[in-house]
Design a protein around this ligand. Structure first.
Ligand code: BGC
Length: 268
């Protein structure tokens, strides 16, 4: 039995048809939240997430929207309000990589990554914040008027050659999160990020799929294991709950120590 309860709260998880999003959606469902499983392309993946939440005794629906498109985001929030009346928790998770050496990076790949990873977080946060301000605190639900958790990355602080668009998007998420946190605290809207390290998901399959690749990856992880989506799910439940009510405007790295400059354990 989970010890933290999010019973009675409505949570939207963007990009929840696979990877970290699925792990987070399931963890929120297990904690009693009603979960809106957003997806862009994989209806099948989203339906599977919804089915798993329901099989575990939870409540969930899938809603399609490309978070980089303003009209689609507004429509998704309207659907949430029509179905559940309000929203309490936003998990800004949708994200992707379009990697290439810098000189070869196309404007299209740059715009796609910034559009989904950064603009998407802005658009979803804006709609959630409007509702949090309208509704205010309802103590039976939470002592905050609303919670936003931005799923960022260790690459909001670790530069990443060959991934300039991705690292730029996550660096942007960091200051978007902190600036929103500063501005919106007076409304009792609590905003933080989670910075995952290497988590076993489709986005980085080639970094852990073979024993060789995994051994190479582990050199960057002092805690010596590659993370699982559940690791992010557990941290998210805590950060979304009143157990962390005084935690505001920070990034919680869930990375097995990847941000500790592991190379310096043997040098410097
Ligand atoms: C990236 C993964 C990578 C991890 C650690 C994540 O943000 O999406 O591909 O394995 O950071 O470098």
């Amino acid at each position: 039995m989970p010890t933290i309860s999010l019973q009675g709260q409505v949570a939207l998880v963007t990009g929840a048809s696979s990877g970290i999003g699925t792990g987070v959606a399931k963890a929120l469902g297990d904690a009693g939240a009603t979960v809106v499983v957003n997806y862009s392309r994989s209806a099948k993946g989203a339906e599977a997430t919804v089915a798993e939440i329901k099989a575990a005794g939870g409540e969930a629906i899938a809603i399609q929207a490309d978070v980089s498109q303003e009209d689609q985001v507004i429509r998704m929030f309207q659907q949430i309000f029509d179905t559940y009346g309000t929203i309490d928790i936003l998990i800004n998770n949708a994200g992707l990589q379009k990697d290439s050496p810098f000189p070869d990076m196309t404007l299209e790949d740059w715009n796609t990554v910034i559009g989904i990873n950064l603009t998407g977080q802005f658009l979803c946060a804006r709609e959630a914040v409007k509702e949090f301000i309208r509704r205010g605190v309802v103590l039976e639900r939470s002592c905050a008027a609303g919670k936003i958790i931005c799923i960022s990355s260790v690459h909001e602080v670790i530069p990443w050659a060959g991934h300039c668009n991705y690292a730029a998007s996550k660096g942007g998420v960091m200051l978007l999160m902190k600036s929103m946190a500063q501005e919106l605290a007076p409304y009792k809207i609590r905003i933080n990020s989670i910075g995952p390290g290497a988590i076993k998901t489709p986005i980085n399959r080639n970094a852990w799929e073979t024993a060789e690749a995994e051994a190479k990856l582990l050199r960057l992880i002092p805690y010596n294991r590659v993370g699982e989506a559940e690791d992010i799910g557990k941290a998210t439940v805590w950060l979304a709950s009143d157990e962390s009510d005084y935690v505001h405007g920070v990034t919680l790295f869930v990375d097995g120590g990847m941000t500790l400059y592991p190379e310096f354990a043997h040098g410097g």
